[in-house]
Design a binder for this molecule. Structure first.
Ligand SMILES: [Fe+2]
Ligand SMILES: [Fe+2]
Length: 286
């Protein structure tokens, strides 16, 4: 079986429609929305049931979670297979300790369960698979040739985002009076805290004596975090659609200053998007 499986060859049937992340960010309809008066940020404030677009926003977010779960399963499965067993902190980086593979195998089991939960939950919310598009960024981050960067980009950045999203959806289910949604999100949230902690623990363990590698991994994490702060999608402001879940991140091995940095990254991403929206408004108005 070949190592390093390319994203183009992932098994998908014709229900799945791929839209690259960059196309979504550059979607010209964003400019129209901005011209119509919205801030240009994704969504219209905090995700609460009284938002007029709440049902569709929640369904879209849930579908995004579902495709993320498939890719998390595929990524963790690849990490079990792509590397030789070794100390993982020597000169050759294409090796990992056997215990890291055991963690990834456990993660596969969790993600497979999350796929099933997400499919049933999407059905419960009235969504058909493929109704929303799939971007494959998570799997692409899971193709990094350095296993430490893989775990930092996927387990810390993207599954860290999953913590924020699941916590938001759990609160949404609670406010909406939907115990099915609330408890499903709560169970998945508990698993994601474990996955993020795996990323935090392995990052520290494998780079304890290799600061340049640790810095490369953290830089990769910052790039991914910025991309997924998507112009204010995730942040600490009252009207951020997805809030930073500090308590759960703390349980997953995030230090206070790391969360402050993340909040700052989210703030910058929001300000950049607002500046673009303002420029779009001015261009359409003139
Ligand atoms: Fe998951
Ligand atoms: Fe996960």
């Amino acid at each position: 079986m070949r190592k390093a499986f390319p994203v183009e060859d992932l098994a998908r049937d014709d229900r799945f429609v791929r839209v690259p992340l960059i196309e979504r960010i550059n979607d010209p309809r964003n400019a129209v929305a901005a011209a119509q008066g919205s801030s240009g940020r994704r969504g219209a404030g905090r995700l609460t049931p009284d938002r007029p677009d709440a049902p569709d926003a929640a369904r879209a977010l849930m579908h995004g979670i579902f495709v993320g779960e498939i890719q998390a399963l595929e990524g963790a499965g690849r990490t079990c297979w792509d590397f030789e067993v070794g100390s993982g902190n020597g000169e050759g980086i294409a090796e990992v300790p056997f215990e890291l593979k055991l963690d990834m195998a456990r993660q596969c089991w969790d993600e497979a369960r999350h796929c099933e939960i997400s499919i049933k939950l999407s059905g419960h919310m009235g969504t058909e698979l493929g109704e929303f598009s799939e971007n494959t960024f998570l799997y692409e981050a899971a193709c990094n040739p350095d296993p430490v960067l893989r775990l930092t980009g996927v387990n810390r950045a993207l599954e860290g985002l999953a913590i924020d999203v699941f916590n938001t959806m759990r609160e949404f289910g609670e406010i909406a009076g939907d115990p099915v949604l609330e408890f499903c999100e709560d169970w998945m949230l508990a698993d994601e805290v474990t996955h993020v902690k795996m990323g935090s623990d392995w990052l520290r363990k494998l780079t304890a004596n290799d600061k340049p590698r640790q810095e490369r991994a953290l830089e990769f994490q910052r790039v991914v975090d910025k991309l997924f702060s998507l112009g204010g999608f995730r942040g600490e402001e009252e009207d951020s659609p997805v809030r930073l879940a500090r308590r759960f991140r703390e349980l997953a091995g995030f230090k206070e200053d790391e969360m402050d940095t993340l909040a700052q990254i989210a703030k910058e991403a929001r300000e950049e998007m607002e500046a673009i929206a303002e420029a779009n408004r001015a261009a359409v108005a003139s």
